[in-house]
Design a protein around this ligand. Structure first.
Ligand code: GLN
Length: 205
């Protein structure tokens, strides 16, 4: 059976995630289509979804306006695997405050019981790269690209911490829902995309 993985295509690193997903699928030798996703109709066809990094306020507002926020939430709650990257992880959270501005009242999916600090490591000019590890999902070394990245300041008891950098939580997982503060699609390493595609495959078999 062929599977469909989508990349939410409202704003942000859409093409980069489509390319990383296709490479991961080729390496795994699985039969998975990668599609762009904009509307509630697109969302209903999916077996898995990547919410890319970009700007969470824009992604949130536009998906609220085009009616996809509600259906996204329902689909993820019904078990569809999702990988939220940077702004995408912010979208998955239940509370997001900007490090400088504080409360932003932006639309969120409220799927993961995590509290986030947006722009936690600083603004664009403080963006950086560093190796991190995600031992519990068998990715001991991964090159983390952090761009205006958030960190997770608080996790609910059922949320697993996958990775920390400088004592700050930068990757989390709860069941089929994964969030990372860094951008795997901006590296050549497909390990995290492969892990996610395998999760989608397992959820359907
Ligand atoms: N700082 C951005 C936000 O709050 C996220 C940055 C990113 O996705 N690279 O949405």
């Amino acid at each position: 059976m062929s599977l469909t993985v989508g990349v939410l295509s409202i704003q942000g690193d859409v093409q980069e995630n489509m390319l990383s997903s296709k490479s991961a699928i080729d390496e795994l030798g699985l039969d998975v289509d990668v599609v762009d996703v904009r509307t509630p109709e697109d969302i209903s066809q999916l077996d898995g979804l990547i919410i890319p990094g970009g700007e969470s306020t824009t992604i949130g507002q536009l998906s609220l306006v085009n009616g996809s926020l509600k259906i996204l939430k329902e689909k993820i709650q019904s078990g569809m695997p999702v990988l939220g990257i940077c702004a995408g992880m912010i979208m998955l959270s239940n509370t997001a405050n900007d490090k400088i501005i504080g409360k932003t009242d932006q639309p969120l999916l409220d799927i993961l019981d995590i509290k986030l600090e947006r722009n936690s490591f600083g603004r664009q000019k403080e963006s950086f790269e560093s190796d991190i590890s995600m031992d519990s999902i068998n990715i001991p070394k991964f090159h983390g690209v952090f761009i205006r990245a958030p960190s997770v300041s608080d996790v609910g008891s059922d949320v697993e911490v996958l990775s920390k950098f400088n004592e700050r939580i930068v990757a989390v997982k709860k069941g089929n829902v994964i969030g990372t503060a860094f951008h795997p699609e901006l590296t050549e390493d497909t390990a995290l995309h492969k892990y996610f595609i395998n999760l989608v495959n397992k959820s359907k078999n």
